[in-house]
Design a protein around this ligand. Structure first.
Ligand SMILES: [Zn+2]
Length: 395
């Protein structure tokens, strides 16, 4: 639309404001078909087809999201408490240099380098950080005193909650994007009393920056959408003498309300990451919520057959498909919001997407539930009823 105005700039200059608006509206109409339930369904069907069986656990992303950003409430805290209180999976080793010390709902990854450890995300609060991150590292033979950096993928409490405590205790530096530091300092998008306070501003990174510690380098790709400064870290992992490239998608759900610019940013970020993944040969797709990458089941499979093929190595085509699913679901959600703007009510509710999941095969429905969530009966009921941690293997 901007381009068409520019090319007709001289002619338009002579028109009144009203005439200009009418002309621009006419110019825009053919390129923007009206949003319909049919187009939503088409995007969802496309996402489902792209996801196939192996990426089915991504389909809850395609569920309708509320048009208004959730505000702190007792109901939200109650839902969050249920997610946090699920029994944690056992900590485990995904690669020679990558370990999982996360919870059932949210992840914490440890990258082991020749000069110390880099922790990626710090869970909901200090208690979890002490129990699961420190405790898990000790169970895996890692020394928490070797944590040199805590990377916070984005400024939501389930990822930064334990960051300051760990930084203080082990003299580690905390890394976040400039944009999300600002958000954490000036006004949290979401908050809950179950989350400990955001860390104090420390190392600030922007898109393309790298962090090198000993023999390892993390490249920070900013993938705006979930938050405006979401970091998706890319780094090398090793398994049985082979090198692979991992990417942790740093922010997944569309829990920001009817914000079309953000959805457009999210779609663009998935497209850009597809290119980066192809260029860099990213073949290990990871998430900071275990429900979005099948971490728990893969850790179990890895532990059962440590010398077999590494279940975390999905291959570049799977990474590409996963990003396509995220982008296609974002397009479905964008279309729903467009429908709402036209006074239409999108269907169906979340229940249709929960049925996509085979309970217990990868993770629980509860664990992949986007947070914060709508408190409407439609989106609340089915997941609450399905919530159990069948994959938990101790704490
Ligand atoms: Zn988040």
């Amino acid at each position: 639309m901007v381009r068409s105005i520019t090319s007709r700039g001289l002619a338009l200059a002579a028109l009144s404001g009203t005439a200009l608006a009418a002309l621009v509206a006419c110019t825009a109409t053919p390129s923007a078909p009206p949003a319909t339930q049919g187009s939503v369904d088409q995007f969802v069907a496309q996402a489902r087809q792209t996801a196939g069986e192996d990426l089915k656990f991504l389909m809850p992303i395609c569920a309708p999201q509320p048009a208004v950003r959730a505000v702190p409430s007792a109901a939200m805290d109650e839902g969050l408490a249920k997610l946090i209180n699920q029994p944690a999976p056992a900590p485990g080793q995904a690669f020679d240099n990558l370990y999982y010390v996360g919870a059932a709902w949210v992840s914490a990854w440890v990258l082991k380098t020749s000069e110390g450890l880099i922790l990626i995300d710090a869970l909901n609060n200090n208690r979890e950080a002490a129990d699961l991150i420190e405790g898990g590292m000790r169970r895996l033979g890692l020394d928490p005193a070797q944590i040199r950096y805590v990377v916070v993928t984005h400024g939501h409490g389930d990822h930064y909650g334990g960051a300051q405590m760990l930084a203080d205790r082990f003299k580690a530096r905390v890394v976040a994007s400039e944009i999300d530091w600002k958000m954490m300092e000036t006004g949290l998008e979401f908050d809950s009393k179950l989350w400990d306070r955001p860390p104090r501003r420390d190392v600030s990174v922007k898109d393309g920056d790298t962090l090198t510690l000993g023999d390892s380098t993390i490249r920070f790709v900013i993938t705006p959408g979930h938050t405006l400064g979401t970091i998706s870290p890319v780094f090398e992992v090793r398994s049985g003498g082979r090198k692979h490239t991992a990417m942790i998608w740093g922010g997944t759900s569309f829990n920001f309300g009817r914000d079309m610019l953000r959805l457009d940013g999210y779609i663009a970020a998935t497209e850009r990451m597809r290119k980066i993944a192809a260029e860099m040969g990213i073949d290990v797709p990871l998430s900071n919520h275990p429900g979005y990458d099948g971490t728990v089941a893969k850790l179990k499979a890895r532990a059962a057959a440590p010398n077999g093929p590494n279940p975390f190595v999905s291959g570049q085509p799977v990474v590409d498909r996963a990003l396509q699913v995220l982008g296609t679901c974002a397009r479905a959600q964008k279309t729903r919001f467009q429908m709402m703007a036209q006074g239409l009510q999108p269907q169906p509710g979340l229940a249709a997407f929960v049925d996509d999941l085979a309970p217990g095969t990868l993770n629980t429905a509860q664990a992949v539930r986007p947070f914060p969530f709508s408190a409407t009966a439609d989106e609340h009921g089915p997941l609450g009823a399905h919530g159990h941690a069948s994959d938990a293997a101790g704490s």
